[in-house]
Structures are given as C-alpha cells and as structure tokens.
Design a protein around this ligand. Structure first.
Ligand code: LLP
Length: 418
C-alpha cells in the first residue's frame, strides 16, 4: 500500500493533495505520512513478535516530537546518542525504560542526565567511559545498566561513511578486547552488566552481515556465561536498508526470520534500533521550481530547497527519486536538479530524466523521511523548513518553518563592538 500516490495527475499523501499543503504551508517542506510510518513500525516490530524484544527507534534519523510520539504510542522505545535526543524522547512521551544510549563521546553531563532519567541501557564504547559512568553513578547513588558496544569487525558492504562495525572504525570496543572490559566492569559497584550491543552500519541490503555479527555476539555471550557474567540484552543495532532506486533489501519479516533462526536462545531480550527502514520512505521533501536554465553542457532546474535541507546527495552521492507533484505529460529530458546554495555540491539529482518543468511547479524529492530534516542546517542563513504530517484527510504542521528571528536567536554583538 503506497501512501504517496497519484490520483489522476496529482501526487497525494494519503488523502491530501500535496499541492494543497504547499499552498497553505509554502515551500520547501518535509511531508510525512502517518499511515506509512505506522505501517512500517508495525511491520518491523511485528516481525519480532515471537521473541522477547524491544524496538528502539533510532531517532537520529528523525527526531521530530510528533514522529517520536507516533512510535511511542505503538509501544516503541528510542535509541539515543545525545542529551538532546534524550530530552526530545522524554518530551515526546517515550518510556525511559525503553531508551538505549549509544555514542563514543558521551559527556559527563549527558551521563548524569541519562542516569537521572533511569534509561534502560548505556551502550558503552570505551574503557574510560566505563570508569567514568561508574564514578558518575556513585555520585548520584544510582546503578548504571550497561551493555558493551563491541566492534565485531564485519564489512557491511555499504557506503564507507556509514559503515561503523569495521576494525578501523571509531565505534565500540574490539570484540576480543571486550572480555577484559566485561571482567573489569563486573567488579565495579555501580554498574550492572546487562548486555552486549553492536551496530554494523546503515543501508545494509543483505542479511548475512547481521547474521555474522549475531554469531560473533552469541559466541561472546557464551564465553561470558562461563565466567559467570550472564547477560539479559542483545542489541543488534539498526542498519536495515530501503529501496531508494533499485536496491532490493530484505523485507523486515525476512530479516527478523533470519535472525530468529540464528538465535540459539530465547532467554535474551533482543533490542533493535531501526531508523531508516521505518522513516526513509515515510517522508518526502516538497520543493518549488524557481528557474530553469539551459547552460551549454547541461539543463538545470533550480529549486527552492538546498543541500542545507537535504544533504544526502551531496554528502554520500545518494540517489533520491524526483517526481513532479502534478504530472504535465511534457517530454522528459535529462537535467540536473540543484538548489540555491553557493556550492557546486548543492544538487539533488544529476542527469536525471524528468518531465520538463516550469517555474512555480512543485517537485517531490522522494525517500527523504530519514536523515533529511535531522541533518539539515542553517547554511547560507537559510531558515530550516517546515515539517508536516498527514493522517488520512487531516494534516498538521509539526514544526513551523524557521523565521529570520530564529536565525539570530541567542546571538549577541559584544559591547566591545558597539
Ligand atoms: N544504531 C546506531 C548505534 C547507529 O549509529 C545508527 C545509525 C542506527 C542505529 C540506525 O541506523 P539505520 O537503521 O537508520 O540504518 N546519515 C546517514 C546514516 C548514518 C547512520 C548512523 N548511525 C545517511 O543519511 O545515510
């Protein structure tokens, strides 16, 4: 069931014409389909229903309060990587006992905040972090539940910037070294050694890297058990890929079945941290054509969204589908679709066949729900765009477009410059 679909010539999100929202909200804006997000969450979470498990939505992919609330209502938790994400998760009503916290650089203030919030699990990533967490917990008279994030050294066969489980990556503790750290952590009074975690990378389109990692983690869990350290949680991270263009990733059910088959115990609670697979195709970026330009070598379509709004094509060379909001039936031509930012890297598509466009017409940049708004910035002093959620026939602005005043909020010209 596609919730971004054409009726006649017109792109709809659920039952609302995208052009109607553009008229009321202005452009550019991110648009999310409630039905798609809920369906994706249920498909993923439901695929693990035979196992004790917790789906912790990876909110770095999209941290909007409305989005977080939607998943919280569905029983989901959150995978966080900062104090700011913890704040958002709590604000949206995520149960703190369903929050897991990864990241190589948690500050002392962040550790305190998370301890005071009684989160489920700290996925610790270094020896020093283990010691510091123990100290902070002692000061607060708290116990800190930990999982060691291990680096299983597995090639996820994805873009190097989003591969995280390789030996040379900064993430986690080498799986062989981790035994020593587990033994040490077990002697620290304020820590409760509860689990193991890993994350291989993002946009994985095969199950085998996950199964290889699971095998290594299960080996570790057994070794630890022999030495008297019994774990409760196995956190497999996120990373399941989606179709942007012609990728053919496993369906969540296939992914879950493969994992379930490979699990050698049902005693552990499985934690999953999906981001992209739930969000990616649940959102689009709607932008307006400003100009078209025939340069000698190329045809350019210049739109009002820029790389500051969606940086994935510039940063990773990622493919995003581009579709007209109203099809015109005009002939398709090859063009570059570019933004207004003063950088050559400011593009959404290159040499893409799209129906010829006229200024004022709307375009949808597809599959932009994950790592779209959450990676957006104010570069070139551009206010960040609005976010809108549709549910059936209704829609609401879930984040207002920033204003020029927002751009200078908190800034000050010091006295010595007056
Ligand atoms: N858990 C951890 C510890 C992670 O580091 C990540 C993503 C996830 C879960 C969620 O991964 P997902 O299910 O979304 O693949 N900005 C890049 C993606 C970076 C992913 C970083 N970590 C992009 O736009 O492709």
């Amino acid at each position: 069931m596609h919730h971004f679909h054409y009726q006649k010539d017109e792109l709809y999100c659920e039952q609302v014409p995208v052009s109607e929202i553009a008229r009321n909200v202005g452009t550019p804006f991110y648009l999310y389909s409630h039905a798609t997000l809920r369906q994706h969450f249920r498909a993923f979470d439901g695929a693990f229903s035979d196992l004790k498990h917790l789906t912790c939505f990876s909110m770095k992919s999209n941290a909007s309060l409305a989005v977080l609330r939607l998943f919280a209502v569905e029983g989901g938790g959150a995978d966080i990587v900062s104090g700011g994400e913890l704040y958002r998760a709590l604000k949206a009503g995520v149960d703190s006992q369903k929050i897991v916290y990864s990241g190589v650089g948690k500050s002392i203030e962040e550790l305190k905040y998370a301890l005071q919030s009684n989160i489920l699990l700290f996925n610790v990533e270094s020896s020093q972090e283990i010691s510091l967490l123990n100290d902070v917990a002692r000061d607060l008279e708290k116990k800190a539940p930990i999982a060691i994030r291990v680096n299983p050294d597995i090639d996820p066969q994805t873009h190097p910037y989003i591969a995280t489980g390789l030996k040379e990556s900064k993430f986690g503790i080498d799986i062989n070294e981790s035994l020593k750290e587990y033994a040490r952590a077990a002697t620290l009074d304020q820590l409760v050694v509860s689990g193991v975690s890993c994350h291989l990378g993002s946009q994985l389109v095969r199950t085998d890297p996950f199964l290889d990692a699971l095998k290594k983690l299960q080996g570790l869990i057994k070794t630890l058990k022999h030495s008297g350290i019994v774990l409760r949680y196995l956190d497999l991270g996120g990373g399941l890929g989606i179709t942007y263009d012609n990728e053919d990733p496993p369906h969540p059910k296939e992914y879950a079945d493969a994992i379930q088959k490979a699990l050698d115990t049902k005693d552990l609670t499985l934690i999953l941290e999906p981001g992209r697979v739930i969000m990616g195709n649940g959102g689009i970026l709607v932008t307006k054509v400003l100009y078209t330009k025939d340069a000698r070598e190329k045809k350019f379509t210049i739109v009002d969204a820029g790389m500051n709004d969606l940086i994935r094509p510039s940063l990773y060379g990622s493919f995003h589908g581009v579709q007209p909001v109203k099809t015109s039936g005009r002939k398709k031509i090859k063009m570059d679709i570019v933004g207004p930012i003063c950088e050559s890297g400011d593009f959404f598509a290159k040499d893409r066949e799209v129906e010829t466009l006229e200024p004022g017409e709307l375009l949808a940049i597809m599959s932009s729900g994950a790592y779209g708004f959450s990676m957006s910035s104010n570069y070139n002093s551009r206010p960040r765009v609005a976010e809108v959620m549709v549910k059936g026939r209704q829609y609401d602005i879930i984040r207002a477009r920033e204003t020029y005043e927002d751009l200078v909020k908190g800034e000050r010209i010091p006295d010595f410059l007056l």
